[in-house]
Design a binder for this molecule. Structure first.
Ligand code: BGC
Length: 715
């Protein structure tokens, strides 16, 4: 009998339910009652897990109470939302997705894990893996964007990064893949709303990233708040028990979302807290976060015979095993035992700058507006986001260092010591005050260039931050139009830098400015990274991981649509299109310019006939015909034109990057395992169908820009 089994044998019901409960502590509170009323529960063994507590000193004090003063001396599991860095804030997840670089995703998770662990914590509620094709949904910012293949790559890299080589290491933390699953397609893009999608979309789009996380060994999974076709995920037996535990053999911990078990009552599937607790437990939810449903409901349920002690024990064992894997029984103080050295902190800051620069997407650059001429002497930095340091961090940066993040104004001042960099706010981010527009317009005259910093406030994306009008808020358009009018009159170039947690609908802005840099929310080093790209110290390489629509009515818009029986044909009325908008997006998935200019030639595919076991090697020569060194991101898409079920017109299957000097040619090579060409057949089981597969390679999901070939797949 293992030590954990023996321990279970000694536990009272109240102690068992304590291990199945997670309660929030307010981390701003200092002193011995950090966990508020929880301190007593920790001491009497009826609370085993906390969230929202940071600082090694506080965490260790709580652990001390648990392991020295409670009867069974079981250490606490303490988790925190480390969404894009813990103290050092990296770009928001959607921005990081734009790097299309698994090393970046893993490295930032590793560094975030180190900072989290240095704070004494052993668990994070990340990565968020919900694919989003509706930018009205505020939580788009927390996730991987629109593509399931991309989401899978991010899932693997993040789990590796957070958990390290061994969960017991002093700098590893348990990752939580969330929110399982299909949280993104909430009706109308409204957070927490109903979701109703086909079984095929569920399996093809929303499950793969979670399956990848499980295969990578993710320690925990959090069900989504939402319901799917009427069944809340918190009680979804087919998905939690049959799919996760059964099909994927996931034996880690399932932790509910905040108060989600109690919300089963509001959903309309439980009459009271007892029923709610029963539904969640029987579906396999191990930890009740913040609902008090297990501690209050399960004793009654047990008495009424609605659950068995074996069912409760099964959950307790999973929680104890996770604590064991994290090394908490051996040494509950191993995380946060020593402070990080200044060198480590400084190196992390450099990483934050580097990653932020890589996540910026250059969406327009007419007539070589960027990089800025080395001779610029007068730069006008205009707009409400030019010097707003808190906004730079983006949403969900709860424990970020209090010191200001670098703003665009500060970054440009630093990068251009010989230039006069002036600032005019113009208008606030939201609100109707336009009194600053006149001064902003005056600041255009005489400038060599205007850098117009526009966008959303950080809190306008994230949880409970859906927007029905995902455009520039407040009077920013008025400011931009006035600045652009004056700039046109005075022949001054305007570079717009757009801060946002989702694509914004700004076709007019893209049309009118000379250059457009999508900055998302770049984090602690925002302004330095932006200045690096604007001045050409770094050549931009980010690519949008989500399609940018030109009109609200195009939502949901994503590149991997099916052809339909009447694909768009401008000369045929009865085809799939709008009367009042093109179908084409403003910027397609994968789009982003560099300071180079790339041409593709000589595509080869080998072998030309492949079996399921083969790995297809695709190569293409890429030449930098531009005047500057740059890194090109090369995407590989496939299309299966004739299959037993209609397949998308493009499906992402691979990405690589190639750095080239001006005039240089290199060969980009991508590997496509033929087994990746399997898909779910008529009965939703994977099939491998012989036949021709088109292979398209190039800079983004726009067929017109891709070079194409094909491979024959044999049975
Ligand atoms: C969010 C989760 C988060 C949890 C704990 C919830 O409101 O949906 O993503 O992990 O709170 O903070």
């Amino acid at each position: 009998m293992s030590a954990i089994d023996k321990l279970l044998g000694r536990m009272t019901l109240a102690e068992k339910l304590g291990q199945l409960t997670m309660t929030s502590a307010s981390y701003a509170v200092t002193g011995p009652v950090i966990a508020g009323d929880s301190t007593d529960s920790i001491r009497d063994g009826t609370l085993g897990n906390l969230l929202n507590l940071v600082g090694a000193k506080h965490v260790h004090e709580m652990q001390r109470i648990a392991v020295e003063e409670s009867r069974l001396r079981i250490p606490l599991l303490i988790g925190f939302d480390v969404i894009h860095g813990h103290r050092t804030i990296f770009p928001v997840p959607l921005a990081e997705a734009a790097t299309f670089d698994p090393r970046v995703w893993e490295l930032t998770a590793r560094e975030a894990a180190r900072e989290t662990a240095a704070d004494g914590l052993a668990m994070t509620f990340a990565p968020m893996l919900d694919v989003s094709r509706d930018l009205r949904w505020g939580r788009t910012v927390e996730g991987p964007g629109e593509d399931p293949w991309l989401a899978e790559q991010i899932a693997r890299a993040k789990v590796r990064g957070f958990q390290g080589a061994d969960l017991a290491q002093h700098d590893s933390v348990a990752a939580t893949a969330k929110h399982f699953c299909a949280y993104g397609p909430v009706a109308g893009g409204r957070d927490y709303a109903s979701v109703d999608i086909s079984e095929r979309t569920l399996r093809e789009v929303h499950l793969p990233a979670f399956a990848a996380a499980v295969r990578a060994g993710v320690a925990a999974i959090m069900p989504a708040f939402t319901e799917l076709g009427g069944i809340p995920l918190t009680m979804h037996r087919p998905l939690l028990r049959d799919y996760l535990r059964g099909e994927l053999k996931f034996d880690g911990v399932i932790v509910s979302d905040y108060n989600a078990i109690r919300e089963l009552i509001q959903h309309g599937v439980a009459g009271d807290i007892v029923e709610a607790a029963v539904l969640a437990l029987r579906a396999g939810v191990d930890i009740d976060m913040m609902a008090e449903a297990y501690r209050k409901g399960l004793p009654v349920a047990l008495e009424r015979g609605l659950v068995t002690m074996d069912e409760i024990d099964e959950c307790v064992l999973r929680v104890l095993r996770l604590k064991e894997r994290l090394g908490l029984f051996d040494d509950p103080y191993r995380r946060g035992a020593s402070a990080e050295t200044p060198d480590v902190v400084a190196a992390r800051r450099r990483l934050a700058r580097d990653v932020a620069a890589k996540s910026l997407v250059l969406a327009k650059n007419s007539a070589g507006t960027l990089p800025l001429d080395a001779k610029v002497r007068r730069v006008s930095v205009i707009g409400p986001l030019a010097d707003a340091w808190r906004e730079m961090r983006g949403p969900w940066a709860a424990a970020g260092y209090e010191e200001p993040s670098v703003t665009t104004l500060a970054g440009l001042n630093e990068a251009l010591p010989h230039a006069a960099v002036s600032h005019a706010e113009g208008v606030p981010i939201v609100g109707t005050n336009v009194s600053g527009i006149a001064a902003a317009v005056e600041a255009v005259s005489g400038a060599d260039v205007v850098v117009l910093c526009l966008g959303e406030a950080a809190e306008m994306s994230g949880e409970a931050a859906s927007r029905a009008f995902p455009e520039l808020p407040g009077e920013q358009r008025k400011l931009a139009e006035a600045v652009l009018d004056r700039a046109r009159r005075d022949d001054v170039r305007v570079v717009a830098v757009l801060f946002c947690g989702r694509p914004l609908i700004v076709p007019w802005l893209a049309e009118r400015v000379d250059a457009l840099l999508i900055a998302w929310f770049p984090g602690t080093e925002a302004g330095n990274a932006i200045a690096d790209v604007l001045t050409g110290r770094v050549s931009p390489s980010g690519r949008t991981p989500i399609t940018w629509p030109r009109a609200l009515g195009q939502i949901p818009i994503f590149y991997s649509q099916r052809n339909s029986g009447r694909p768009e044909n401008p000369s045929d009325h009865f085809t799939s299109k709008y009367l009042d908008s093109p179908n084409a997006p403003l910027f397609p998935f994968g789009f982003g310019l560099t300071y180079g200019r790339f041409a593709y030639a000589n595509m080869t595919v080998s072998p030309e006939t492949a079996t399921l076991e083969d790995v297809i090697e695709v190569s293409v020569d890429v030449t930098n015909e531009g005047g500057r060194a740059a890194e090109e991101t090369v995407f590989l898409f496939t299309r299966d034109r004739v299959a037993c079920v209609a397949r998308p017109t493009l499906e992402l299957k691979g990405v690589t990057k190639i750095s080239l000097l001006p005039g240089e040619t290199g060969t980009a090579r991508l590997r496509l395992p033929a087994s990746d060409l399997r898909f779910l057949g008529l009965d939703l089981e994977p099939v491998h169908e012989p036949g021709e597969i088109e292979i398209h390679v190039g800079p983004c999901a726009d067929l017109g820009q891709l070079v194409s070939s094909r491979v024959m797949v044999r049975a």
